[in-house]
Design a binder for this molecule. Sequence first.
Ligand code: NAD
Length: 278
Amino acid sequence: MYKIAIAGAGYVGLVAGVCFAEKGHNVICVDIDEHRINYMKKGKSPIYEKDLEELMQKNYKEKRINYTTDYKNAYKDADFIFIGVGTPEREDGSANLDYVYEVAKQIANTVEKDCIVVIKSTVPIGTNDEIEKYIKENLKNDVCVNVASNPEFLAQGNAVKDTLTPSRIVIGTENIKTQEKMTKLYENFDAPILCTNRRSAEMIKYASNDFLALKVSFINDIANLCEIVGADIEDVSKGMSYDERIGNKFLKAGCGYGGSCFPKDTKALHYLASRARI
Ligand SMILES: NC(=O)c1ccc[n+]([C@@H]2O[C@H](COP(=O)([O-])OP(=O)(O)OC[C@H]3O[C@@H](n4cnc5c(N)ncnc54)[C@H](O)[C@@H]3O)[C@@H](O)[C@H]2O)c1
């Protein structure tokens, strides 16, 4: 069993932490929000997700999970440090990586043993490479740190189930040892594991979110056309969904996509693509 530190006890970090504790690991969730930490120490979840609070209480009682603002003690001897802090959009559409870099700085200053830093936050392609370079250049102690990309695919409302039995686990690494350790960490999760390089793992996350957003926008465009030509969009999307290649998910015409991820992730990929030299 491993010691796992999670940087950012928000939606992604807290659920990941609770699920790793449920799998028997020793988890410490770190957040800068003291109020949130104290709340969680009382066994309360700051978000509503089915089964989350029960699992928080069970694993806290069995001493497999704890919560802290003291990142130094959390990171110094962890086997894995997961980064699950926010990556909000900037005005120009690009992803703001300030929170990720702040955690990278804290890690570089504090780790006292070899560890794997795992980026779960959704980050632009190339960020894992840059974070590894930054940490290696700023390490205070003589230790080996490798960075792995492990994007999160949970849907809000189904977060615990999606984390314990995800559709897939994507592991992006640049060396075989890190890949093996990451694969071992996930060996008792019931899901297919896809090992790729870090840039592919980062792209899988953006491409997946953007494809779902595209489906929503596409069916809304078809709905607009249906209104003009006298077709019924409900019948049209139902008729399309029988085709297994299309499916019935994200094919309901409505007010368009929203939420905390799709708007920022579509803008971030657009920003990235507009700057990529093809
Ligand atoms: N929410 C989702 O459904 C979802 C799904 C998949 C991927 N993601 C991605 O995961 C990332 C996190 O999203 P979220 O919704 O969990 O964010 P969130 O805002 O719920 O949580 C982020 C947490 O990080 C904390 N934090 C900030 N700086 C910190 C630091 N230096 N040390 C420790 N904690 C710090 C904040 O206080 C906050 O509690 C984003 O990149 C997001 O795009 C989110």
